[in-house]
Design a protein around this ligand. Sequence first.
Ligand SMILES: [Zn+2]
Ligand SMILES: [Zn+2]
Ligand SMILES: [Zn+2]
Length: 200
Amino acid sequence: MIDMIKTPTVQQEGAIQFEYLPDGRGLLRPHVLIVCEGCSKEALVRADGSRRFCSKSCSTLIQHAEGRSRQLSGIEHYAWKGANAQYQALHMRVARARGRADHCEWRATAGCKSRKLEWSHVHETDPSVPQNYRSLCKTCHQRYDSQTGADHANAKLTALQVELIRQRYKAGGTSQQALADEYGVSQSAISRITRRRHYR
Ligand SMILES: [Zn+2]
Ligand SMILES: [Zn+2]
Ligand SMILES: [Zn+2]
């Protein structure tokens, strides 16, 4: 049935929008927009998969982190799941209400060049309201967050993000500053995390 669709197309089924895109063998398969549980980026993934991750590497990292979280006490596990679920839910709400971030609202004045576009929470507003997000490029988003102290939903790192930061730093190839930029925190915060101070 699915394979009979010959050109990329979009089909709506309730709240879920399927985009038919070619898979590795050139067959059109339904894809859905998700927010990756690992890196929190939006991604179009195969609808017949787990719909949780943007890539194999995010999947591997999280499966590993989840293995660890199962060893936590009941209440810790609950908190770990809850923080992550809440963060995902906020992002999905914005994506559902407004689609994907498709331009940088500050481009004309900022002269920025990044083609990575993201919803950026307007600080000191309710993060559960989709209108309280701006469409910005990654550069402007990070600059805004670091200037204003990053109070948005992502500011306080979840246990999952802390785990990912540790693993990525340990694996090598990613500097503390790069991780700090990516997660919108200071390099000293990353340093503390990798030395296992402050964060559990
Ligand atoms: Zn990812
Ligand atoms: Zn932000
Ligand atoms: Zn920009």
